[in-house]
Design a protein around this ligand. Sequence first.
Ligand code: SF4
Length: 202
Amino acid sequence: MAVLVNFKICDNAKECGGIDVCPTGALSWNEEKEIIEIDNDKCISCGLCEKECPIGAIIVAKSNEEYKKIGKEIDEDPRTTKDLFVDRYGAVAISDFFKIELEEIKEKTEKDCLTLIEVYNPDVVECLLRSIPIKDLTKNLPRDTLFYKAESYKIIDEYKITELPSLLIFKKGELLGHIDGYYTIDEKEKVISKLSGIIKNK
Ligand code: SF4
């Protein structure tokens, strides 16, 4: 039948697991164009590729109606790979730009401005799916607010984190509070309100 790839969130890599598992060659890598290619004449809607994609970018349609519906949902999807991979609360950073090491936390949080550090589990890629853009979380915060990501389990005990991902909020070297656990994009306002509460109470 048919498969669709949401290229808004797909990182369009040659190493795509969907290509590897496709038994018919309906998904392939075009070396010249450097893009994942779809040949829906070959697709048998087995669903193997969909199961393989950790961020839900590959979607298999079982009927023409479903194909149209999924296509519309992809057209209307506001997400981008940048939102998903780099600046989302609850998403693994692929850019080293935001990443800091455990040893750097003290130095990075000493400034007068607010500093947010997301501590995340690098093995949980499902959180890429519906996590919250950091620009939405920080839109009401001072413009000089800093944001980093730390890929480490070691600091869980030190900051009494109960669940990952966790957003640690610092100012002048002091930990103001943290928001633990995974929140879906529907719960964005809840996280924003928690964040404001922590900042206001200090
Ligand atoms: S649904 Fe099956 S045949 Fe179609 S692209 Fe995915 S893996 Fe290939």
